[in-house]
Design a binder for this molecule. Structure first.
Ligand code: TYM
Length: 343
């Protein structure tokens, strides 16, 4: 019996990560950490957004490597493919079908106003393709295809979620109540946003590479990057407000070091005795210890392509079982069910 017909059903969760490069601390703390906690109590669908990554025209070989790496790094971080559906977006043809339906309900004007689209128009004027414009529609299809209610994402995705709710609402208004309106979910109220270590923008898979810590970085690379992180001469008055790049270092420390360690440096900051060199040294050591087991496990897994393929196949089967029920319901509501007599 399908999950949502069953009386004891768990809430449905969907989230995705684009296959555009190596995963970093932002992906880990903004998303994956929540996935791992959610896999116990929810009906989870986590996927590699490979179609979304086609907006930048990747080389086919790189695309495949990136998809496999995202899978390996998720599992190495603690995601259990036995407990969740872990799949590639392109293995679920019901997603592009729903995307097509939702495109009829998305207006060009509203899509052109999306900040991430406007940013792409600015940064890559030579490649403003229609896939970029309808990016939020595909993302809505990813979520609505399982009729998810909760979506664990970082702060940068909140606007896209709002659009997914709008499209769901429009479909429901036109064709009758069908899609729940999905909400952003995280365990602690604060949205985690990991800034880049140079203080400019956020950590990213493809930009700020020297100021982003990747789950594949070795101990030395991590240490070098952290020692180069932006700081300043330190506060000049007690309990001063922290500049955002210093806040970011404290956030990373809070996420990886012992609470006492963070407290010690916080007190030092508040009493104007902080030595950023010492703080970075400690953070570098704790961060290297944190990333090491993930990196090692992911690199092991990546060598076993047969295993990754089997995981993706099993994940796609689980995802399609759910997606096909939704697409059948959507077709029926729209009136596309010509072979079913009297429907
Ligand atoms: P993507 O691949 O850019 O990022 C994957 C997840 O990591 C979070 N994230 C961050 N969190 C905190 N600090 C950062 N510096 C940081 N960088 C990335 C993102 O918020 C995200 O949760 N459009 C999505 C992929 C997607 C999707 C979906 C997500 C496609 N369809 C459906 C949820 C539901 C994206 O590009 O994420």
């Amino acid at each position: 019996m399908s999950h949502y017909l069953c009386g004891m059903s768990k809430e449905i969760v969907v989230s995705g990560i684009r296959s555009t490069g190596h995963l970093h601390l932002g992906n880990y703390f903004g998303a994956i950490q929540n996935y791992i906690k959610m896999q116990e109590g929810y009906d989870c669908y986590f996927f590699v957004a490979d179609y979304h990554s086609l907006t930048t025209h990747p080389d086919p070989k790189d695309l495949k490597q990136n998809v496999f790496r995202v899978v390996a790094e998720n599992i190495a971080s603690g995601l259990d493919p036995e407990k969740v559906a872990l799949y590639a977006q392109s293995d679920v043809p019901e997603i592009p079908e729903l995307y097509l339906m939702l495109n009829m309900m998305a207006y060009v004007g509203e899509l052109e106003k999306v900040p991430t689209f406007k940013e792409k128009v600015r940064s890559q004027p030579e490649n403003v393709n229609a896939g970029l414009l309808t990016y939020p529609v595909l993302m809505a299809a990813d979520i609505l295809i399982h009729r998810a209610v909760k979506v664990p994402v970082g702060k940068d995705q909140e606007q896209h979620l709002e659009m997914a709710r709008n499209f769901a609402h429009r479909f429901n208004t036109r064709y009758g109540e069908f899609f729940p309106e999905p909400q952003v979910f995280r365990f602690n109220a604060d949205a985690v946003k990991i800034m880049s270590l140079d203080g400019v923008g956020k950590m990213s898979k493809s930009e700020n590479v020297n100021a982003t810590i990747y789950l594949s970085d070795d101990d030395d690379t991590i240490k070098k990057k952290i020692m180069k992180a932006k700081t300043d001469a330190g506060p000049t008055e007690p309990n001063a407000e922290m500049p955002d790049y210093i806040q970011n270092l404290f956030l990373l420390m809070q996420l990886t070091s012992k609470p006492e360690t963070t407290d010690t440096f916080r007190n030092a900051f508040n009493s104007c005795n902080i030595r950023y060199g010492d703080m970075k040294k400690q953070l570098a050591e704790d961060m290297a210890a944190f990333v090491r087991p993930i990196r090692e496990h992911a690199s092991e897994l990546q060598k076993d392509e047969t295993k990754i393929r089997a995981i993706l196949k099993a994940g796609a089967e689980k995802a399609r079982a759910s997606a096909s029920i939704t697409i059948e319901g959507a077709r029926k509501r729209i009136g596309i069910n010509y072979y079913i007599p009297n429907a």
